[in-house]
Design a protein around this ligand. Structure first.
Ligand code: HEM
Length: 222
């Protein structure tokens, strides 16, 4: 697959095919307990990471931290390359077709930094499972307002992993990869529950709130 990131300073590496993103046994349990399987609300999914995995994540994040602005941009450029329909959710850049131009866009940079800051907060809360889950659950609720559908959330983790792999070089191991996969599976499962909870609450309080895709709130048009 071609990549719009040549010259970004980070070797694009290979985008991991979704079919090869093998969830750990724990994260499979997480997704089975997701909203479509009856799980709901914070606490619906057991925390999947053991101490050794938390340490692998914390250690790799210390290196990644110096690169977060670039990583944030690349993750979203690759998301838009592989799933162009995701770009339509962003009113700020939905009309920019040239991904090279978008790479320089200051709003995309700011958005990438917000997402990376969320990852940073998550890494800092690996030992506070309740807080971590609440954080992701609330983020999922906000994404209902942004009209960003859950089916796309896991793609962000896939692109994150393929972006950070060349930065970590020989420090990237199958064990590090599995730890990050498990974390993203967990976070996105909690986000999905937050999204569906918000949607259900909105539908209960106002049946007219159930809207067609693409007619989201003005929050993501500013
Ligand atoms: C693991 C997946 C994702 C994470 C961690 C994530 C994280 C975030 C964060 C931290 C924000 C800042 C605002 C806030 O805190 O509420 C945000 C905003 C937003 N996200 Fe996501 N996001 C993810 C996936 C997606 C996807 C797949 C889409 C689109 C298809 C999307 C669309 C948006 C939009 C439209 C906004 C509001 C505009 C903005 O703040 O720039 N997000 N996201």
């Amino acid at each position: 697959m071609g990549c719009a990131l040549s010259g970004s300073g980070i070797s694009p590496g290979k985008t991991i095919p979704e079919s090869k993103w093998c969830p750990s046994a724990e994260s499979q349990a997480a997704s089975k307990a997701g909203p479509e399987h009856g799980g709901d609300g914070p606490g619906a999914v057991p925390f999947p990471l053991v101490d050794a995995q938390k340490e692998r994540i914390q250690e790799s994040w210390r290196i990644l931290h110096d690169n977060i602005a670039r990583v944030g941009i690349i993750v979203f450029i690759r998301l838009f390359e592989t799933h162009p329909e995701c770009k339509d959710v962003f009113f700020l850049f939905r009309d920019i077709d040239d991904l090279q131009q978008l790479k320089m866009n200051k709003e995309l940079r700011a958005h990438g930094l917000r997402v990376m800051s969320f990852i940073e907060k998550s890494v800092a809360r690996l030992d506070q499972e309740d807080k971590l889950e609440q954080l992701a659950f609330e983020l999922g609720r906000s994404h209902y307002r942004y009209n960003a559908p859950p089916k796309y959330y896991e793609y962000v983790g896939i692109q994150f992993i393929s972006t950070v792999q060349p930065i970590l070089k020989e420090r990237w191991t199958p064990e590090v990869e599995e730890a990050w996969q498990s974390l993203f599976k967990y976070l996105t499962a909690a986000m999905k529950r937050g999204y569906y909870r918000k949607r259900r609450n909105r539908a209960a309080s106002n049946p007219l709130a159930l809207r067609k895709p693409g007619t989201g709130s003005i929050l993501n048009r500013i």
